[in-house]
Write a protein that binds this ligand. Structure first.
Ligand SMILES: [Zn+2]
Length: 290
């Protein structure tokens, strides 16, 4: 079945976009990003936000969550600063919602989390536990989770394996274990007012992820990072039934491009029009408060 018509008027919302610029792909990404690109045979070409917005609108997408990135302590690479994310959001306020990143291994992470929301007016947080090298269930991070719960904004946690560092000896020291969604389940249980989006089908823990999304009222998931044709059949089945109010569309731009994702979605899934609306924008509108 074909996608519902997105092209008359762009309506979809991408819950997971990175910068197509050197700030993310070259500086913050560093060698681990070059490993990932090598694995998929892509060049780390960069372009600007005007081109990005044009590409999104042509694909039928009206809005995107632009994510910060700070894995400096664990990787040694410079962050995509929260101030920068806020500037880009200010240049395109209708197109971008900006999510902050704080490095949980930095001493000032709690203060930076507060500043990102109160001063920069960012709308949520993104954590990439594998790149950032931390276990979110460890009690030493509770102060950060308590602050974020108090701030009342949503949080995206990475889910599953990562291609960063793929093929390098020791995977450049990154630990796949930190991407296990069961570590986030602990956080969700202890901070029930925190609204959590588990990004990506969490390979190889998709079943755990589905169980958590089903059991925890405050945990959601998105379909970013994988073309629909490669997504586990059971994930798609849940997205059309038990979890159809909780699953959202995302790309993982610029690694996955919107047109390619939506084409694969049209070819390989068979959701009703109502479910497509939920997955492509309605669930994200509710989750993000748009
Ligand atoms: Zn991502």
């Amino acid at each position: 079945m074909a996608n519902i018509d997105l092209l008359d008027e762009p309506r979809a919302i991408d819950t997971h976009a990175h910068q197509p610029t050197a700030e993310f792909l070259h500086d913050a990404g560093g060698e681990m990003m070059r490993d990932a690109a090598g694995k998929f045979g892509t060049e780390l070409e960069t372009w600007g936000y005007e081109e990005m917005r044009e590409e999104y609108h042509q694909a039928g997408i009206r809005h995107a969550v632009l994510l910060g990135w700070d894995a400096e302590t664990n990787t040694g690479n410079p962050p995509v600063e929260n101030d920068y994310v806020a500037e880009v959001r200010d240049d395109y306020p209708d197109f971008f919602t900006g999510f902050a990143s704080v490095d949980p291994l930095k001493d000032d992470c709690v203060a930076e989390a507060e500043r990102a929301i109160e001063e920069l007016d960012l709308s949520g947080f993104k954590f990439q536990q594998i790149a950032q090298g931390f276990d979110p269930s460890a009690p030493e991070h509770d102060e950060l989770w308590a602050m974020i719960e108090d701030l009342g904004v949503p949080v995206v946690f990475h889910g599953g394996n990562s291609t960063l560092g793929a093929g390098a000896p020791g995977g450049r020291g990154l630990r796949v274990r930190h991407g296990n969604p069961l570590l986030v389940d602990d956080v969700a249980a202890r901070f029930p007012d925190m609204q959590i989006l588990l990004a990506h089908p969490a390979f190889p823990w998709e079943k755990e992820q589905l169980a958590i999304c089903q059991q925890k009222g405050n945990v959601y998931m998105d379909l970013s990072g994988w073309l629909p044709k490669y997504i586990d059949e059971q994930v798609l089945q849940y997205a059309g039934s038990l979890l159809r109010d909780k699953v959202m569309f995302g790309t993982d731009y610029p690694m996955i491009r919107p047109e390619a994702w939506l084409e694969s979605f049209a070819e390989h899934t068979d959701f009703s029009e109502e479910t497509q609306r939920k997955l492509l924008w309605e669930n994200a509108e509710d989750f993000l408060g748009l």
